[in-house]
Structures are given as structure tokens and as C-alpha cells.
Write a protein that binds this ligand. Structure first.
Ligand code: M6R
Length: 611
């Protein structure tokens, strides 16, 4: 949540920052701002998206080789010009951007108010900034020293970047709990929440660790811990191309990412799945296979779409490996003092690798001795680094706020992990193992076939674009697919949608059914097929509208449903990866038809780095 960009070097900072903020807009887009140093400080802030900020700055003085910029997802204080970052300290000397939450800001504010400080925003950021200024003034210390003292008192999560009007040759940054990447150029440095604003300038980056302070000059990067000890920056090479973060001719990132799925799933399988040899190779799993295969219990911890992937993994792992699995919302798990036994293994699933609840839940579990296996998309992210072992999903950057390709990549990796464990435990027959390998291998092609029906899906979507509510139902492996379908519709089209296990409908939600309510069934041919047909009939008997994701050429359900979205036949264990695709497109087309910004749905942010 919130995107930060900063620059120091020989270029003009403003264009670098604005371009970077646009790339980070997926992290928050309710206001944006920039501060530049050039014979004094210049500050521009505006409610709305980065484009609105750009308009405000037209014709203004934008000179300066050092600057900071921010795109905001509001936590403290409504989206407005005055709450937008950067904030400027009371004496006008410091400006700061912040991503995160200062939990003890109210206490700090009280202290500062008693000293006569006045605040011009409702943000926790302005409080922290003045707290730093106050320490600097009282102790006559350098900004770096003042920051170190201040951060020892701060409770919460932050990445902050500061500029000092009286010291225009240095940027100072610090991190705890929120992400910060520093790009290293020739005589210049780039700071950002992720690598996307940086890659067109340099591929050499440093991921700043928690409790580190960075002192950055054009040609020098110093990292220190809060104890003022120098740390050695670990320089990594980015494995990311510019094309991967651009729309590539599609109207929206979400559509591009949906259509990328044949190749992202293929990339996820590539070099790992070998059908001819009958092997799956994932070194992160293989190197820890003894601990993993002997786990007494697996706990899956995640949020949102990643949690849905975890639910499907629960079905798959229990079926194939015969290890009990529990799937936990990270936000609940972290606070409820969970029982963690020796021999428990935790699988953390996260696209961003930065979700605050998931991260803290894992930190707690790790302290209690749990082994953490991370299934993460963003390479080098906090969750990836915190995990003992893991496997990347290799879906490439996902920029649309609604998760699509990351979800199918998560399912692909989780299925491979389950197959590896099942094989090691001798819990699966060789024939079934080989069959599932072949089925997985066929997924990219089958997904391509579903994408080939996009026009039909769009026609169906347009019929339902004005509905107020929708119910999504599925059974077995398809139940979490229904949950995910409902989440996608909510996020993108703002239509109220609920997912349920189809049989649970009778225990309450069926009261909602009338001739206006569309009910989306995920009803591909599987062990529950006959049962779900009965559920469809129960809806039809109450005049509900039925839209069904079916296995192609299923005449029975075609004859009952108002509309069908066919997908190729697949083993029921693999089918969720395929049957989720029409639901992604269904939501996308409805969201677009309703005129919404599907890449940046209201109130949402891609990377939820606050709890
Ligand atoms: O980055 P993560 O996978 O940890 O994010 C978890 C959720 O915030 C995320 O899946 C969210 O629900 C998406 N908006 C879903 O489309």
C-alpha cells in the first residue's frame, strides 16, 4: 500500500519520479505528490491519481536532481490534497514520504502538541516527521542521528524517505516491514517500493532489510543498522524486463495478465515438470523434502486470492499426500495464539510477498519453531526472504490489482508441491502420478482454448452487467473456485457477490434466490457432478438465473442453465486452474462495461502492507 519513489543523481528527478509513480499506482491511487530540492524545496500534491498531480505541475518549476514522490492508499485521514505525501516538517526543512502505519502516532502527537507543534494533515506520517525534526533540533544532531533515535521509539511498519532542504546532496531512508528497493546507477540512485520504476535505468539493486537506515548520495550508498553499525549492501541483479510491466497493446493490465496465463503457467512448469522422465524438480522443496514429507500437519497461511489458492491446495494435499491441512487467514492466525506443534509445516502463499498480515503471521510462527515454505511471486520479497524454503511462481509482475495470473501460477506450483510430497510418502500410485503430470503439462494449452472463447464470455457478461447481486457456488475442488469468482466480481465490478459451497445454499443463501439473482455454478465433470446438477435444479425451481462453467459438450447442464461457459475436460484436481479463467474474464467484461477502472478498483491496493 502506497508507492514511494525517490531519486538522486545527475538527471532531472521529476520525470523519473512521475514515471515511477505511474508504475507503482497499483499500490494506491487516492492522492499523489512530489517534493524536489533545487535552491530550496518545491512541493506539489494532489488528490486523485498521478495524472491529476501531473496536471497540477504543468508550467511549474520542476527543476532538481533530488526528489521524493508518493502515491497514497489512505490509512490515517481521508484522501485529500492536505493528507497527500510528501509532508513537510514544521520548520520547513524536511520533507518525507511514508508507506506503512505508525501505531503509536497518537502518543507522539500528544507530546508534540504539548511542545507547540501544529499539524496540517491527519496523517501519522506528519507526526513521525515532526518527531524527527524535534529530536534533530533539541539534540542538535544530524538527520541521520535524529532518525535513528526516533525509530527506536516508533511502533509500526514503515518505509520512509527524507530530504533535507539544508543538505540537498543526500537522501535518507529507513525500512521496517514495508518494502524498499534501491537501484544503483552510475552516479545516481533510485529508490522505490518495488523494482518496476527502476528497471529501465539499472538492473543492480539492493533490497533494504528491516531496521536498516540508508544514507544515499549520488555516488555512495551507506547502509547502517539502528545501532549505527555499517552493513554491507547485498547487490542483486534484477531478472525483469521492461516489457513485462507494460500493457503490450491490451486495454488493461488485467486483460493482459489474463491472456498471459498460458505462458505464465508454462513458465511455472518449465524446467520443473518433465513428463517423459516422470519427474518434478523444485530444488527449494527437494532440499527440504524430509522435513516436508514428515510434517504431522500443514498450515497454509495467506490472504485474499492467495487464501483461495490455499483452500484448493488443502483439498489436493489431503487427497494426494494424506497429511492433514488447515488453511488460515493470516490476519486471524497472527492474533489468535495458534497452537503450533513441533513437526508442523507452514505454507505461506503470497503474490506480492509483502502482505503485512501474512508476513507477521509467519514471523510469529517462525519464532515458535515452524518450518516455513514460501510460495511467492515477487522474487526477493520479504516473505520469500523469511521462508526457510520455497518455490517462486514465476508469473512475472502482476500489475492489475485483481489477482489473476498469480492465482493460476500458485495453483500450478502447489499442485507440483503436493505431487512431490505424495511421491516421497508413497501415497500415490505411479499411474496416478504420471497421469497428473500429463494433466498439468496440458494446462497451458487448455487455458489457451478457454481464452479462445473470450468473445462468448463477453456476450454472456454483458447480459448480466446490471445485476445487483450474484451467488457463486461450487463443490469440492470447485468450491474455492466459486469463492475466487465471487471475489473477482466484487473487486472489479462492485457487484455484491458471495461464494458458497453449493450444498450450503440450502442452509440460508437460497432465501436470496429469485428471478433477478444470477447464480454462477462451477460445475465441471468431477466426483460431485450429479450432486451439483441437483443444486442447479434447486435454483431453477426457484426461477434463479443459472450461469454454469461446464466441461465442454456437457449437454445435460447446457439444457438446464441460462448460459454456459465451457472449458476443456481435465482431471478434477487440475480443473480449478482452468475453470477459474472464464470467471476472470466474466468479471473483467462486466467491470469494463460498467465503466470502472478495472486495473485500479476503488479503495483497493495491490500490495496490502498495512494490517
Ligand atoms: O500479495 P498477496 O497474494 O499476499 O495478496 C493477498 C491479497 O491481498 C490479494 O490476493 C487480494 O485479495 C487481491 N486483490 C485479489 O484479487
Amino acid at each position: 500500500m502506497c508507492g514511494i519513489v525517490a531519486y538522486i543523481g545527475h538527471r532531472q528527478a521529476y520525470p523519473v519520479i512521475i514515471k515511477g509513480l505511474k508504475r507503482l499506482e497499483y499500490r494506491g491511487y487516492d492522492s499523489a505528490g512530489v517534493a524536489l530540492l533545487n535552491h530550496g524545496m518545491k512541493l506539489y500534491k494532489k488528490k486523485g491519481k498521478v495524472a491529476a498531480l501531473e496536471e497540477t505541475t504543468l508550467g511549474q518549476d520542476l527543476e532538481g536532481n533530488i526528489g521524493i514522490g508518493h502515491t497514497r492508499w489512505a490509512t490515517h485521514g481521508e484522501p485529500s490534497d492536505r493528507n497527500a505525501h510528501p509532508h513537510v516538517s514544521a520548520n520547513g526543512r524536511l520533507a518525507m514520504i511514508h508507506n506503512g502505519i505508525i501505531e503509536n502516532y497518537a502518543l507522539l502527537k500528544q507530546e508534540l502538541v504539548k511542545k507547540g507543534y501544529k499539524f496540517h494533515s491527519d496523517t501519522d506520517t506528519e507526526v513521525l516527521l515532526n518527531f524527527i525534526e524535534d529530536i534533530q533540533k533539541n539534540n542538535e544532531s544530524t538527520l541521520e542521528e535524529a532518525l535513528r533515535i526516533a525509530l527506536k521509539r516508533v511502533v509500526g511498519a514503515y518505509v520512509i524517505v527524507l530530504i533535507d532542504r539544508d543538505n540537498p546532496g543526500t537522501l535518507i531512508a529507513a525500512r521496517k516491514g514495508s518494502p524498499l528497493v534501491i537501484g544503483i546507477g552510475k552516479g545516481e540512485h533510485f529508490l522505490a517500493s518495488d523494482a518496476s520504476p527502476i528497471i529501465e535505468y539499472t538492473k543492480e539493486v539492493v533490497y533494504v532489510n528491516d531496521y536498516e537506515i540508508a544514507i544515499i548520495k549520488p555516488d555512495e550508498l551507506i547502509l547502517k543498522n539502528l545501532g549505527n553499525e555499517r552493513q554491507t549492501p547485498f547487490i542483486q541483479k534484477l531478472d525483469l524486463e521492461l516489457a513485462a510491466i507494460e500493457k503490450g497493446g491490451y486495454d488493461h493490465f488485467m486483460l493482459k495478465e489474463i491472456f498471459e496465463q498460458p505462458s505464465t503457467i508454462y513458465d511455472c512448469l518449465r524446467g520443473r515438470l518433465d513428463v517423459t522422465q516422470g519427474t518434478i524438480t523444485m530444488s527449494g522443496i527437494q532440499n527440504n523434502i524430509d522435513k516436508i514429507k514428515n510434517a504431522n500437519r500443514i498450515l497454509i497461511v495467506a490472504c485474499g486470492t492467495s487464501w483461495h489458492a490455499g483452500l484448493i491446495a488443502e483439498y489436493i494435499i489431503e487427497e494426494l499426500c494424506r497429511i492433514p491441512v488447515e488453511v488460515e487467514y493470516a490476519s486471524e492466525f497472527r492474533y489468535r495464539n495458534p497452537v503450533i506443534h513441533k513437526g508442523d509445516m507452514i505454507i505461506a502463499i503470497s503474490q506480492s510477498g509483502e502482505t503485512a498480515d501474512t508476513l507477521v503471521a509467519l514471523e510469529n510462527a517462525k519464532e515458535q519453531g515452524a518450518v516455513i515454505l514460501g510460495i511467492v511471486n515477487v522474487v526477493g520479497s520479504s516473505i520469500a526472504r523469511l521462508s526457510h524454503a520455497g518455490a517462486y511462481t514465476h508469473a512475472g509482475p502482476e500489475i492489475g490489482v485483481a489477482s489473476t495470473k498469480a492465482f493460476t501460477a500458485q495453483l500450478t506450483v502447489l499442485t507440483m508441491v503436493a505431487l512431490m510430497i505424495a511421491k516421497e510418502r508413497n501415497a500415490i500410485t505411479h499411474e496416478r502420478y504420471l497421469h497428473l503430470l500429463e494433466e498439468l503439462n496440458d494446462v497451458p494449452e487448455k487455458v489457451k482454448q478457454v481464452l479462445g472463447t473470450a468473445e462468448h464470455i463477453q456476450k454472456v457478461a454483458l447480459k448480466y452487467k446490471d445485476v445487483k447481486d450474484a451467488l457463486y457456488l461450487g463443490r469440492g475442488y470447485n468450491f474455492p473456485v466459486a469463492l475466487e469468482g465471487a471475489l473477482k466480481l466484487k473487486e472489479i465490478s462492485y457487484i455484491h457477490a458471495e461464494g458458497y459451497p453449493a450444498a450450503e445454499m440450502k442452509h440460508g443463501p437460497i432465501a436470496l434466490v429469485d428471478e433477478l439473482l444470477p447464480v454462477v455454478f462451477v460445475a465441471t465433470r468431477d466426483a460431485y457432478y450429479e450432486k451439483i446438477i441437483s443444486n442447479i435444479q434447486e435454483i431453477k425451481a426457484r426461477k434463479g438465473k443459472v450461469i454454469a462453467v461446464i466441461t465442454e459438450a456437457d449437454e445435460t447442464i447446457t439444457g438446464m442453465a441460462d448460459d454456459v461457459l465451457p472449458v476443456p475436460e481435465a482431471d478434477e484436481l487440475i480443473a480449478p486452474i482452468i475453470s477459474t479463467i472464464p470467471l476472470q474474464l466474466f468479471s473483467y467484461y462486466i467491470g469494463v462495461a460498467r465503466g470502472y477502472d478495472v486495473d485500479k478498483p476503488r479503495n483497493l491496493a495491490k500490495s496490502v502492507t498495512v494490517e
